[in-house]
Design a binder for this molecule. Sequence first.
Ligand code: ATP
Ligand code: MG
Length: 646
Amino acid sequence: MHDKIYPVSDDWAKRAQIDEPTYRAMYQRSVADPDGFWAEQAKRIDWIQPFTKVKNTSFAPDNVSIKWFEDGALNVSANCVDRHLAKRGDQVAILWEGDDPTESRSITYRELSEQVNVFANVLKEMGAKKGDRITIYMPMIPETAFAMLACTRIGAVHSVVFGGFSPDSLAGRIQDCDSKLVITADEGLRAGKKIPLKANVDAALAKLGGDVKTLVVQRTFTDIPMQNGRDVFYGDLAKTVSQHCEPEAMNAEDPLFILYTSGSTGKPKGVLHTTGGYLVYASLTHSKVFDYQDGDIYWCTADVGWVTGHSYIVYGPLSNGATTLMFEGVPTYPTNSRFWEVIDKHQVNIFYTAPTAIRALMQAGDEPVKKTSRASLRLLGSVGEPINPEAWEWYHRVVGDDRCPIVDTWWQTETGGILITPLPGAIGQKPGSATLPFFGVQPAIVDGEGKVLEGVAEGNLIITDSWPGQMRSIYGDHARFMETYFSTYKNAYFTGDGCRRDADGYYWITGRVDDVLNVSGHRMGTAEVESALVAHEHVSEAAVVGYPHDIKGQGIYAYVTLMAGAEASDTLRKELVAWVRTEIGPIASPDLIQFAPGLPKTRSGKIMRRILRKIAEGEFGNLGDTSTLADPAVVDDLVANRQNKR
Ligand code: ATP
Ligand code: MG
């Protein structure tokens, strides 16, 4: 991988909250004296009852217990809404851009307060109370944020399920956390198409039976069947309730939300986050990683159904009194210029998206980007998968006009917030590297036996001590929590990701540990081979997996998606093999290349190598859990055009 470095510019070093010496000093302090460091940082949050204890955590096998600020009390909605009213009542809190480019809404902090108070009272009217689990199955509209904040106001635990999930997947998630109320909408709207959310809820509830109620927000006002005694229109109840709802004082360790992981590696896990530590961590990371400053317009393109949407559309930005843009649509509707047009329309300064979107837009070429201004942009971000250096360079050069640093943020649903990332005014960037740990985060690289590797190293990524945003358990299954994350390596949190550390101490995520290739005894991450392929001018996206090979043990099977206009051929196949050979070395040259119009992805856009491996192995009958797949049809094409061993 190329180790080209993009240093912090003088401008950025000056304007940013944190420059390099400050980062080094704060980081040192955060690991030497976590109690002192986090006690200070926690002051950014308003506490109803101040805490006296800061950190009380144990990663001991069979006895994992994680508590932060455990005797403090606070309310999340009071922190995200009420406390901003005096200073920012008229400032826009949520800037909403509809699927249709002519539709947008601006919601000030004052309006947000009114909406959240009423929504909270509606929830109470529906019988919801502190500790209840409430499922939210909604499109990307402001009411979804109101609903989440309303849950936190009354102390209910939300479980947001991405609106693209099927009735089956939804039913499983409602059942897993035993929620008695589902908040949904009549329909969602994406890329001009209607998504029958309420009908999906009906189908899910038909499977479950029992006493689950629904609260229906009207988005399209289409005629939908409502079941008497079970389904209620939000608008009808909202008219009848009081305008004020007192925020519930929650203990710092009371559950805040449950969120199911995206399911790249198997059955999703119900990740449980609690109140105090999560909010402190989401708030601090949002402020420092994006260097958010008063008046900035900030846009994270994730869906609120993912943790990125929780921490970096809703809780991080709103706790910081930011203006957060929420987008209902998709990057390619009505045209490939949509993202950039929205940036110009709302004068967005900070833009945070995923490699899957960047690669898709890169495939369409520079012109749809270049015809927009993007002069307001100052900072770019990436999250969700390793970003191939080629895609990073394109993002930097074409989208950011060589002007904007890129924060490549590595983290997980489980971590609550960003763990490894550049800070834009402090840490120079290398394309493809998540760079250095955030405050309080202690990464280590271990070999298969758990031996900690020092200096330049490659192996498995663990985190050796707790940080406030860490998940506390898997909902209802603490044993599975300990087994999944704390049994592989003693006294450490196991991330499941492979990682390399270079001579500058920078971290490079090499892919999922489960996906590591072993070719003739050489272990290789998937990211490196994929990035070499993507670096070829005709390749827009690539996924590699291993398959059984008589001589090498494992051979390399590469699925390759081409740039618009490029032609699949045997000549190109040979060219790509030779290309990888020179880019990395003969050991990494693909044995088989399949040209694929699309790759199987989770609904959050991550490549599911697990399924690609099965196809490469010829095990079509046993593809595993495919319920989180965005487009099952992609798999049929891949199976039909599988390359045979030659
Ligand atoms: P499941 O745990 O159910 O398999 P998932 O791991 O895809 O699903 P998420 O929590 O959404 O669920 O994703 C976290 C993973 O995404 C990380 O473990 C890592 O593999 C990948 N990831 C996220 N951000 C980055 C990044 N900046 N660089 C490299 N990888 C990243
Ligand atoms: Mg995971």
